[in-house]
Design a protein. Sequence first.
Length: 225
Amino acid sequence: MWLIDSSIGRKLIMSITGTFLVLFLLFHSCMNIVVIISPAGYNAICGFLGANWYAVVGTSVLAAGFVVHILYALFLTYQNMRARGTVGYAVSKTQKGVDWSSQNMLVLGTVIFGFLALHMYNFWFKMQFAELTGIHTGAYDPASGAEYVKDLFSNWIYCALYIVWLSALWFHLTHGVWSALQTAGLNNKTWLPRVKIIANIISTIVVLMFMAIPVYYLIINCSCC
């Protein structure tokens, strides 16, 4: 099958499923940053999404693409290890400034996946899953999601881990978005520099919106000490 046997096919699958990841992160970063702008607005969003099966289906589709992205990356890594004895999936061209990211995508992906599992437990399982099923875990109150977020990020260790995760996410996204756009055909001399800039802008916006939350609560907690 050419999607698996050819390098173009492999890159195409990684690009498409990676796009699901970017959309998933864009949606959630836009939603999450509301918590520091308007706690009441954040609670309203949580209430709408938590009990809305249309939103659940849409989010699940994006999440499914993300899962395929992870599984296929592991599959390609296994293939590469057998063929070359090295880690990582091949790219046809390298670009100054992304060499380290491209060579360490598996390591970055592992860090991202590990913390994402913790993040999903704290936010999806304790929040959306609790609202959908009525089975509430922990002290989380479905009507006060903003207060739960505040309590969670009152722990500076969790904030620090969150920031480390986001740093790995930035490196992963800058190379991933660039590679996806390059695979889509924007790979000539005119578009390559532009693609790199677009990748950096998208990745930075997503990461900064996520990072604003732990930084905000770290500042708040420090000012209260």
